[in-house]
Ligand binder design. Structure first.
Ligand code: ADE
Ligand code: ZN
Length: 335
């Protein structure tokens, strides 16, 4: 069996994917037309040609522009349903999906519009394909801490449709501590917490996310290996890292995939997982990320099984849900 088919067959969880980052150029252009939204691009080819990024911010500028085509409940439904269909095709059995409410509320799109679209699509996909999915609401870290707290209050009526909160957008200069209040409220309501840290920002932001936000997983965490004491802590506490190799390559966090820290960190005992981040922008969904990492880093079948196992263990699933997937993984690994 070739590597791609082997990885596809492994039951996996995707734990780091931004739903707005799954907006394919074809859907972007179609929704712009459907909603009468002006885009700075006339064709799908022009959209694709604009995807040359020099860093995180150069990507975010285009990404927030693209999200403006999402207007109606049906748009959010179509986006979520298309991602879940794609994920099923990659062998994803559990998806924990980020969304950025402030990107939409600041354009006058209210919580009921996107929440109803997302939850209806998740329900339909679960029924149709048996995939399990949960939503993680991210606060935008380039905005003030107070804005995150207000967003939390707006989200409260929908809190039973969200499994956790996260933190994303431009990292450097926007440390996690500013968001402690919003996170404390979400945790008090029983939600899980995760945070982007150490993508472009320093290891201190990872420590801050753990200590000030109570983050249970770190999204990216690439720069943790600059601080040996932090690596030791991540191993000791078994804090999962949701790594995204193709994203790191496209946003020039690493110059070459061969230099990525993923394999070294896996070998050092950190609970590393592989994910897609913004697959419509970075040239690959989760299976493509596994395959690219396998090739560049010479990952063995044991490594690939360990990565899939880590993704299931790091998921916010009950013990019964994890057991079903882990038993299946063990059977496939033994075959
Ligand atoms: N929003 C979408 N993708 C992101 C990333 N890779 N880092 C920070 N914020 C994001
Ligand atoms: Zn991300």
């Amino acid at each position: 069996m070739d590597t791609r088919s082997f990885i596809r067959a492994l039951p996996k969880a995707e734990l780091h994917v931004h739903i707005e980052g799954t907006l394919e150029p074809e859907m972007m252009v179609a929704l712009a037309e459907r909603n009468g939204v002006d885009l700075p691009f006339a064709t799908v080819e022009e959209v694709r040609a604009a995807y040359e990024f020099s860093d995180l911010q150069s990507f975010l500028d285009i990404y927030y522009q693209g999200a403006a085509v999402l207007v109606t409940e049906q748009d959010f439904y179509d986006l979520m349903y298309a991602y879940l269909e794609r994920a099923v095709d990659d062998g994803v059995r559990r998806a924990e999906i980020f969304f950025d409410p402030q990107t939409h509320t600041e354009r006058g799109i209210g919580f009921p519009v996107f929440m109803n679209g997302f939850t209806r699509a998740v329900g339909d996909a679960e029924e149709r394909w048996g995939i399990s999915a949960g939503l993680i609401m991210c606060f935008l870290r380039h905005l003030p801490g107070d804005a995150a707290t207000s967003t939390w209050h707006e989200a409260e009526p929908f809190a039973d449709r969200i499994i956790g909160v996260g933190l994303d957008s431009g990292e450097v200069g926007n440390p996690p501590e500013r968001f402690a209040q919003a996170y404390a409220l979400a945790r008090a309501a029983g939600l899980h917490s995760v945070a982007h840290a150490g993508e472009e920002g320093p290891p201190a932001y990872i420590t801050g996310a753990l200590d000030a936000l109570g983050a249970e997983r770190i999204d990216h965490g690439v720069r943790c290996d600059e601080d040996p004491a932090l690596v030791e802590r991540l191993v000791r506490e078994q804090t999962p890292l949701t790594m995204c190799p193709l994203s790191n390559l496209k946003l020039r966090v690493v110059d070459r995939l061969e230099d990525h820290s993923l394999k070294r960190l896996l070998d050092s005992g950190i609970r590393v997982t592989i994910n897609s981040d913004d697959p419509a922008y970075f040239g690959g969904y989760v299976l493509d990320n596994y395959v690219a990492a396998a090739e560049a880093l010479n990952l063995s079948r044991e490594d690939l099984i360990a990565l899939a196992r880590n993704s299931i263990e790091a998921a916010f699933l009950g013990s019964k849900g994890k057991r079903v997937l882990l038993d299946e993984l063990t059977q496939i690994a033994a075959a």
